[in-house]
Write a protein that binds this ligand. Structure first.
Ligand SMILES: Nc1nc2c(ncn2[C@@H]2O[C@H](COP(=O)(O)OP(=O)(O)OP(=O)(O)O)[C@@H](O)[C@H]2O)c(=O)[nH]1
Ligand SMILES: [Mg+2]
Length: 218
């Protein structure tokens, strides 16, 4: 692909991101792009959020992404979400165009909150805007110190950082507070939330940071 082709593709993706944003808005869907490295707990945290939002009477959707198989998609269905699966194939990433086609398979009018579990990674995801209303990034405590400084782009552009797997603190040489402090230095507007997604601790704080209140919609 030469430079012009790449530029045209980027312009096309921006148009789709804009269209996704308006489509979701028109249907009253609050959409959240969930990013983070492989195994950080994206699916587990989304499952926890789905459970709480459904118990508040909201209709939830969740889009899974995978290069093969549909494990996360099945987990979302089991959680009670309306779900779709984006098969990334060898590309290994999603963009606003692939999201647009997944959105067309969902009854958006019947969804209040939609999670998009992005492909695993932290490096170039923010180069592919999807048109969602919110983005969060999850780091597992096992990632250790220095990740925020080493890969700053995603952390400067995302105002919620979830530090997950804090139940492992005693087994590791990293404290969640150290990662939170690195993030605060880089992104003073950002909010760091610490979670143990296995036990569900901290998940209510995340809902609050997302602006959710059981008594009202967004
Ligand atoms: N100890 C601990 N394990 C967790 C926690 N959250 C998730 N896990 C485990 O971490 C593993 C990966 O969790 P997933 O939720 O599948 O992670 P993911 O980010 O969706 O993974 P990919 O979709 O493969 O990128 C699973 O074995 C989870 O049970 C946590 O807070 N503490
Ligand atoms: Mg997953």
């Amino acid at each position: 692909m030469d430079v012009t082709d790449r530029e045209e593709l980027l312009i096309r993706q921006m148009r789709f991101a804009d269209a996704n944003f308006h489509l979701l808005k028109e249907n009253g869907v609050h959409s959240i792009n969930v990013m983070g490295p492989v195994g950080c707990g994206k699916t587990t945290i989304i499952e926890q959020l789905i459970e709480r939002l459904i118990s508040c009477g909201l209709a939830v959707g969740a889009i899974a992404t995978a290069a093969g198989g549909d494990t996360d998609y099945q987990r979302f269905l089991t959680s009670g979400a309306r779900s779709a699966n984006i098969n990334t194939g060898e590309n290994g990433y999603i963009n606003a165009i692939s999201l647009s086609s997944a959105l067309s398979s969902l009854d958006l009018g019947a969804i209040d909150v939609l999670f998009i579990e992005n492909v695993p990674g932290i490096i170039s995801l923010v180069d592919y805007p999807l048109g969602t209303s919110e983005e969060i990034v999850i780091l597992p405590l096992t990632a250790g110190n220095g990740v925020v400084q080493s890969y700053p782009r995603i952390f400067t552009q995302t105002d919620i950082l979830v530090i997950n797997k804090i139940d492992l603190t005693s087994a590791l040489s990293t404290a969640p507070e150290t990662i939170a402090a690195e993030y605060a230095r880089l992104n003073p507007q950002g909010r760091a939330i610490m979670t143990d997604a296995h036990r569900g601790s901290g998940v209510n704080n995340l809902l609050q940071a997302l602006g959710f209140d059981c008594n009202k919609k967004w």
